[in-house]
Design a protein around this ligand. Structure first.
Ligand code: KIV
Ligand code: ZN
Length: 520
């Protein structure tokens, strides 16, 4: 029996980016989109083109790069949003506009201040206008979870007649239970038939987003909107990795459907998103959490040693995780071994990028005896995400702060190759470093968050520092990453990384249609 395909619509770059503190720069978004393509997602929602020039630019660049997945932009049911979406995705071989309007009584009355018949007219107009840019148009009924069934049927009928090919039924506030989702989707499926694909977009406010998505599949939904690591507005969206693995592991139940996801890319994708956003999945997170394969109790360990299947329903390799985090390379490893190892980890680099990575690897091997998979992953990811280098750290010297005033002397190279050295003091060592960087570069950053994490084991472990810095009151904070065996050096690099990221998007971060709120 041939199986029906479940369309995996990934919205990590749009709804996921709405997670507090998850904003990403254009290079990072391109990197993520390429990894999502490799993972095998059908649709990449690359952003919300009308939200800001930065969002538009990122979607447009993704549209130029991605060949196998459909590239999609969100748009409110407004001409200017739809035009912007249509223009941003134009270069993509496969493209979609996703337009939406709220349909629940509370949203229509208080947010939109519109009558139901006006909402239907605007939705139809939006779909028709979107069709003038692309054939593939998706229409979403925002807050469908609290919308009236009969009204939903009316607006669905009108928008499908206007040309919408996918109808998305979001539980925007994450209020529904699996049985409710199931019966609503079954009723809508009976109503729509084969005129359009039914999609769901479940938020996780009650921790039910994945269960609700699976229930929707059982009742006729054929597109699932989801994010890597369950990122997203508030409590997040349904986690892609959980849905895909549930469908795969429980083929006894879901025997008539399948996805195109290459599950071996799940773990590398999860790590990439975590390292770019600085948002680590909780340790006990299903599938990709640090403890997902950790067996603590003696009885469990004994069972797993005898037969893994006693306590493991799938193996780490199924999601592309090598639990041994094998000790891979050392100072004397050659370029060929290095290249080979990167390929095993899923990184295929151009000659130039490989040479740069190999140079960084050799520098690291001088300071760190053993280099593990996670070190290499962090090394390559940080190289890929810190592409824009307006300012580069050359040297950092700290004065002993014990009993004295914490101070830092820093040398930084500008992209025009001029080198500047200056020194400054601060309330603590980190403060001294960041203030000195501000003095040299002329930017004033406000530190919003600072995290340090060791990449692998050992006293000489690499420190991975993530900072969130705001450089302008009117603009969102940006993220920077720094990697070094020295935590202070990593901190300085992270701060400069945030500044470089900010500079690469300067002027494009300005929010959202002259102050209008475009987050959804
Ligand atoms: O949660 C929601 O309703 C959305 C829509 C725009 C699909 O994100
Ligand atoms: Zn959403």
């Amino acid at each position: 029996m041939s199986k029906e395909s479940i369309i995996i619509f990934d919205t990590t770059l749009r709804d996921g980016e709405q997670s507090p503190g998850a904003s990403m720069n254009t290079q990072e978004k391109i990197q993520i989109a390429s990894q999502l393509e490799k993972l095998g997602v059908d649709v990449i929602e690359a952003g919300f083109a009308a939200a800001s020039p930065g969002d538009f630019d990122a979607i447009n660049k993704i549209a130029q790069k991605i060949k196998n997945s459909t590239v999609c932009s969100l748009a409110r049911a407004l001409d200017r949003d739809i035009k912007s979406a249509g223009e941003a995705i134009a270069p993509a071989p496969k493209k979609r506009i996703h337009t939406f309007i709220a349909t629940s009584p509370i949203h229509m009355e208080y947010k939109l201040k519109m009558k139901p018949n006006e909402v239907i007219a605007q939705a139809v107009r939006a779909v028709e206008y979107a069709k003038s840019f692309v054939d593939d148009v998706e229409f979403s009924l925002e807050d469908a979870g609290r919308s009236d069934m009969e009204f939903m049927k009316e607006i669905i009928d009108a928008t499908v007649s206007a040309g919408a090919k996918t109808i998305n039924i979001p539980d925007t506030v994450g209020i529904l239970l699996p049985d409710e989702v199931g019966s609503r989707i079954a009723e809508l499926k009976a109503f729509i038939g084969d005129r359009a694909i039914i999609s769901v977009h479940n938020h996780n406010d009650l921790g039910l987003a994945v269960a609700n998505s699976l229930s929707a599949i059982n009742n006729g939904a054929r597109q699932i909107e989801c994010t890597i690591n369950g990122l997203g507005e508030r409590a997040g969206n349904a986690a892609l990795e959980e849905i895909v693995m549930a469908l795969k592991i429980r083929q006894d139940i879901f025997n008539s459907v399948e996805t195109k996801i290459n599950t071996k890319e799940i773990y590398p994708t999860s790590r990439l998103i975590a390292s770019i956003t600085g948002i680590e999945p909780q340790p006990n997170k299903a599938i990709v959490g640090k403890n997902a394969f950790a067996h603590e109790s003696g009885i469990h360990q004994d069972g797993v040693l005898k037969n893994k299947r006693t306590y493991e329903i799938f193996s780490p390799e199924d999601i592309g995780l090598d639990l041994n985090n094998t000790l891979v390379l050392g100072k004397h490893s050659g370029r060929a071994a290095f290249k080979d190892k990167l390929e095993q980890l899923g990184f295929t680099l151009s000659e130039d990028k490989l040479n740069e990575a190999f140079k960084r690897f050799k520098e690291l091997a001088d300071k760190k005896k053993d280099i593990y998979d996670d070190d290499l992953r962090a090394l390559v990811t940080s190289q890929m995400t810190n592409i824009q280098k307006s300012w580069e750290l050359v040297a950092l010297q700290l004065m002993d702060s014990t009993g004295g005033v914490p101070s830092a002397a820093i040398t930084i190279k500008k992209s025009n190759d001029s080198v500047i050295t200056d020194a400054g003091i601060g309330d603590g060592t980190i403060d001294a470093i960041f203030k000195t960087i501000d003095r040299i570069t002329g930017y004033q950053g406000l530190l919003k968050d600072y995290k340090v994490k060791s990449v692998s084991q050992g006293k000489d472990a690499l420190a991975n520092v993530t900072v969130q810095v705001q450089f302008n009151d009117d603009e969102p904070a940006v993220i920077g990453h720094g990697l070094s065996v020295d935590t202070m050096f990593a901190s300085a690099k992270a701060y400069l990384g945030a500044l470089n990221s900010y500079i690469s998007m300067e002027g494009m971060l300005k929010r959202r249609n002259e102050g209008e709120e475009c987050n959804v």
